[in-house]
Ligand binder design. Sequence first.
Ligand SMILES: *[C@@H]1O[C@H](CO)[C@@H](O)[C@H](O)[C@H]1NC(C)=O
Ligand SMILES: *[C@@H]1O[C@H](CO)[C@@H](O)[C@H](O)[C@H]1NC(C)=O
Ligand SMILES: *[C@@H]1O[C@H](CO)[C@@H](O)[C@H](O)[C@H]1NC(C)=O
Length: 432
Amino acid sequence: MRPLLGVLALVTLLSPGRACPAPCSCSTKKNGRLLAECAYRELRDVPRGLSPNVTILTLSANRLGRLGRSSLAEAPELQSLWLGYNHISAVEPGTFAHLLHLKNLDLSHNRLADFPWQDLGGLGALQILKLSNNRLSWVPRGALAGLRELRSLWLNDNALATLARGTFEGLPALAQLQLFHNPFNCSCRLFWLREWARGSPAVLSRAGATLCAEPARLRGRAVADIPAELCVAPSAQLTYLSSLAKGGPGDGLTLSLHCSVAGSPPPEIRWRVRTAAGRSLDIRGPAAAQAGPRRVLAFSNGTVAVPDFGKDDEGTYTCLAVNEVGTREVSLHVALAGSEGPAEELPRDDPQAGQPGQAGQAGQPGQAGQPGQAGQPGGHGCARGHEPEPSGAGENLVIVYHVPRGVRSWAGGPEVPLGALPLALGLALGLW
Ligand SMILES: *[C@@H]1O[C@H](CO)[C@@H](O)[C@H](O)[C@H]1NC(C)=O
Ligand SMILES: *[C@@H]1O[C@H](CO)[C@@H](O)[C@H](O)[C@H]1NC(C)=O
Ligand SMILES: *[C@@H]1O[C@H](CO)[C@@H](O)[C@H](O)[C@H]1NC(C)=O
């Protein structure tokens, strides 16, 4: 009977729930949670033989150097994992991904230059994440999104020079954030953090020690005190200049739109064109973009020109003003009214054609070729960037009129010598 008893005793020892790795001491807490206490043991690896029921594992102050993907595979029920004060320099992606019940993760005081951020995607129960006193130089955009229970985040004493806008969005439970002792580059790219620190219900701990290291003129200044006038979000105003016929034979209408922008640093202007015909153009900086036979010219002064403007060019013209603080978009819908083939109908000897500003005033009384729309308020093809952004289809519409020679006035009034008028008339209808 004795050998059988011995086997039974061994089986009992190794049965799940009882097992405790030799260097650790295990105990069941009052609330029934199983604690494996393995701190201060000079361990170089996570010990094997953990109970699958273990909910708290302390491995602080050991000599762990690297966490392999399977190092915590034995403990899927973990709620608290204490790994602080080790020598951990690498954590293989996937190491934490299966710890679906994890509430506390402490990796502070290690040597991490990177972290398997993607593992956080599955850790919806996480409440406390301590990554302080490491060598982290970046947090990927969106890495923390989805941590809806996260209350406390420690990232202090790392090598963070910047953080992507929105890094702390999607964290509804966040109450405390530690970022001090990082070498922040307080370019306007980080200005959002100042605004966040001032407006968020979460507390930025030791904000007075959360300082700029760059640029030199802001060195030692708190991130929350970056002067507001240095970083002004872009504003933009998109104006319909004209759609003029050039003098030479065979030349068509040239649509000109002008985007004037302001902000600090001075915004870069980009253009996005989406035509009704399904063409799509994106222009960065002064350039000519071409799709199919059509060209759109963007000049460094903020003017965009579409030579030989025709039906195919109808669509939405969007100016994007971009600086480190943000992006502002203003759009105009441009439509062509009148007969097909405007190029053929141009008055080639018209002395007024080709003069800037002529067609842009078409919305004023006495100059419009179309009764009922003359003199409409705001009828200058002008969208002001600083006004509240109209949503959806509420953007401005510019209708470029092509009026063939010798056509009678719609109103039945005296015949208008249309041949003497610039043939492209611009009109903005305020739809909002
Ligand atoms: C471990 O969990 C299993 C399954 O829930 C349970 O049957 C077992 O009694 C637990 N052991 C301990 C020591 O809590
Ligand atoms: C700080 O950030 C700005 C803007 O992103 C960048 O141009 C500059 O080089 C950075 N300075 C340092 C020292 O990294
Ligand atoms: C911008 O430059 C272009 C090309 O030099 C010119 O045709 C246009 O009139 C200029 N726009 C303004 C608003 O000065």
